[in-house]
Ligand binder design. Sequence first.
Ligand SMILES: [Zn+2]
Length: 103
Amino acid sequence: MKKEDVLALLDGVEDLITPAVARRSAFFKSLKCPQCGADGGSVISEIEPSDLEHVSEVDVVPYGRGRCLACNCLFAPDTKIVIERGSITKAIEPAVAFINNKP
Ligand SMILES: [Zn+2]
């Protein structure tokens, strides 16, 4: 289907997806990694293809899991249960770099 045809079909239909994506993005940006404690936008939403099966009229955006960009752990965003452990050493600066940065 051409993009123009899709836009013609959606003309006049309320956009539910854009505000839902913005709310979801804000939620994930507010999360703190349960493993390394990284925050400030270090957590992103990771969505599996099977998550698309759970989209409904009420919840138009798949929820997904939290992926920490600092240590790479994967966790449930609501419960903070770690699904996949990342590497905590990735989130910590190497000791040598720390020593070299001392005045
Ligand atoms: Zn982390």
